[in-house]
Write a protein of this length. Structure first.
Length: 108
C-alpha cells in the first residue's frame, strides 16, 4: 500500500513518501485518519491534502502555516504551486510547477 506521512495532528497536508497514484494510501505519523484516497498522481516528497481545504484557507505542515490555498482542494489532491502560494516566498507563484525554474525571467 502507498504511504504518506503527516507530521502534526493539526496539519492539513501530508508528504508522499514515494510517487503516488490514484487509490488508497496509508497515513503514518501524528495523523487524523488511517488512510486517504489519492485522487491524482503526486510526486515523491510533495504534499497531499488530508482533508478538504477551502480557497483562502491556511496550508498547515509541521504544525505551522506554510501557505494559503488559491483554490478549493479536495482531500487526496496534490497540494503544490498550482493550488497554493507560499507566505514566505512571494516568487513561488512564478516557478514552474514541475522543475521549480523561474518563469518570470527570460534568459537570452
Amino acid at each position: 500500500m502507498q504511504v504518506i506521512f503527516q507530521v502534526e495532528m493539526k496539519d492539513n497536508v501530508a508528504t508522499a513518501l514515494a510517487p503516488l497514484t490514484p487509490g488508497p494510501a496509508q497515513v503514518k505519523g501524528d495523523r487524523k485518519t488511517d488512510s486517504v484516497s489519492v485522487l491524482e498522481n503526486i510526486p515523491i516528497g510533495h504534499k497531499i491534502a488530508v482533508n478538504d481545504i477551502t480557497s483562502g484557507d491556511d496550508i498547515i505542515k509541521y504544525g505551522a502555516v506554510i501557505g494559503r490555498a488559491t483554490r478549493d482542494i479536495k482531500c487526496g489532491q496534490w497540494v503544490h504551486l498550482h493550488c497554493m502560494r507560499s507566505i514566505y516566498d512571494e516568487r513561488s507563484s512564478h516557478l514552474d510547477l514541475y522543475t521549480g525554474a523561474p518563469c518570470d525571467i527570460k534568459y537570452e
